[in-house]
Write a protein that binds this ligand. Structure first.
Ligand SMILES: [Zn+2]
Length: 501
């Protein structure tokens, strides 16, 4: 970030006021917008952002829907939006089919040696039978189809150990999700007693994932195992007699429950019925405190709202700020929001989502919408030298834009440097100390300017796509394959999810 730029912008504001004050008429300045400068000044100047985030991470901590922490986080969101002075602050309820909480997970090797193993349950995985299970552990390598074929029907009642590679990129992460879901299916078919996934991070670091979608309980007990422990177990299996392990996953599973998204507006002055949405998810896993994923951006969304209000800016279109919940369980909050607001989807001009921590924003993922690129470049013109111009058309199932994309709405996800985000992703190390607050403020300035410029643009970024157009986008970006793998395709086909015509 070039801080000289901001000083120059600040000076620009002063000059503009001076010109107005003395009623000197000058040749028209080349399209600098005082509102853009004011928003940048609000975002970069003193603000409650750091303290708001600290309270969320340290005071409330990890936030799984269905737990008291998530309820506290929802209240935190409501209070902070109210403090920011914006309109129409409220929550919107929806239902998740099962609650889930980890119990006292216990995993140990009982023979040929006896030692405890670092492990944590996969989220929304079933509990093991009371007292746990003791069984032979079988190494199924990478857990590919051919690895399962080698079991030759001998997987029944066994604990399966699945290897992994170290995760070093977003592509690795997406591959891990796809692969784990496939392994779960194969393990269920093999009637395995449980599956142990080798951690993709070194040095005993554990993290929470879910391999199920839609808040349903998975079919097989599963745990993530410390990488070094898993490698030791694999060596024991390959070198000697049968390895027996004891696994107890007394997960607490409940029935359907209600949880809430938090919603707030800044009403537009020219086209108040049309809106631009800025969203981030508020929920998080709870081994850490959900700082990079995604407390920092939930706090940022609130502070963008504060910045608009403090600068006295009401754009042409309405700004809607949403803190989604249930994201980690399968994008459940944004799915419910889109479902409940289907009748107004024609009026949603764009949705902007931040969900990659605080790494430098390189541009936006445009979700397959090649047609909106010229408009995005125009929107970012005032901040052209911030380096956020490398957009990609990538489309994926990964955060709270997906149901908007299925409705044909242009979506933008910040494409960020993930160097610090990935090692801490969903892990016990995702804590407040990882957040670079200076980067977060710069990110807020970019979000505010982008939101403002989209909301004030005379034309939309692009049209709402028809069902036929959305379906062809899904096929072009192989999202149809991913949706089939995650069990989502049927809902698209039946019209339960996504644009109907
Ligand atoms: Zn996230």
């Amino acid at each position: 970030m070039n801080s000289r730029k901001f000083r120059r912008l600040g000076l620009g504001v002063v000059l503009l006021f001076a010109v107005v004050g003395t009623a000197v008429s000058l040749p028209e300045a080349p399209s600098r917008d005082a509102a853009v400068d004011a928003l940048i000044a609000q975002a970069l100047g003193p603000s409650p952002l750091s303290e708001t985030l600290r309270v969320l991470c340290d005071g409330i901590g990890g936030r799984i829907p269905g737990t008291p922490a998530l309820e506290k986080a929802v209240n935190w969101g409501v209070e902070n939006f109210r403090r920011a002075g914006v309109d129409n602050v409220h929550t919107e309820k929806y239902s998740i089919p099962h609650s889930w909480r980890e119990g006292e997970t216990l995993l140990e090797v009982v023979s040929p040696a006896r030692f405890k193993v670092h492990a944590t349950s996969v989220a929304w995985a079933p509990a093991t039978p009371k007292g746990g299970i003791t069984a032979e552990v079988v190494d199924v390598g990478d857990g590919e189809g051919e690895d399962f074929a080698k079991l030759q029907g001998q997987g029944e009642g066994k604990i399966l150990l699945v290897h992994s590679r170290l995760m070093t990129s977003l592509d690795d992460l997406f591959a891990e999700y796809m692969h784990f879901a496939a392994v779960m299916g194969s393990a269920a078919q093999a009637k395995a007693a449980a599956v142990l996934f080798m951690s993709t991070r070194p040095r005993g670091l554990l993290y929470r994932h879910t391999n199920s979608t839609s808040g349903q309980i998975a079919s097989v007990p599963m745990a993530i195992v410390g990488r070094e422990d898993a490698l030791r177990i694999a060596r024991l299996i390959s070198s000697g007699p049968q390895v027996q392990m004891h696994l107890s996953l007394p997960n607490e599973i409940g029935g359907p429950f209600e949880t809430e998204n938090v919603v707030a507006d800044i009403k537009g002055v020219g086209k108040p019925d049309e809106m631009v949405i800025l969203g981030a998810h508020l929920d998080s896993w709870e081994l850490g405190t959900g700082a990079l994923d995604n407390g920092c951006n939930a706090s940022m969304v609130i502070d963008v709202a504060r910045a608009f209000h403090a600068a006295g800016i009401r754009p042409q279109r309405t700004l809607r700020f949403i803190l989604f919940t249930g994201e980690e369980e399968g994008l459940l909050g944004s799915r419910a929001y889109v479902h409940d607001h289907r009748s107004e989807m024609d009026r949603v001009v764009a949705e902007l989502v931040f969900d990659e921590g605080v790494g430098r924003v390189n541009g936006f993922f445009l979700g397959g919408r090649k047609d909106i690129l010229p408009a995005i470049n125009e929107v970012l013109e005032p901040v052209r030298d911030w380096g956020a111009n490398s957009h990609t058309f990538d489309a994926f199932i990964g955060t709270d834009n997906f149901d908007f994309l299925l409705e044909g709405i242009p979506t933008l996800i910040a494409n960020q440097d993930v160097t610090d985000y990935l090692p801490n992703y969903h892990a016990s190390s995702d804590t407040f100390d990882k957040v670079d607050l200076r980067e977060l403020k710069i990110q807020e300035a970019l979000a505010a300017v982008t939101l403002y410029r989209i909301a004030n643009r005379p034309q939309r970024l692009g049209p709402r796509q028809s069902r036929v157009e959305v379906e062809s986008l899904l096929r072009d970006y192989q999202l149809d394959q991913q949706m089939k793998q995650f069990g989502m395709w049927q809902d698209w086909e039946s019209g339960a999810r996504g644009r109907k015509q």
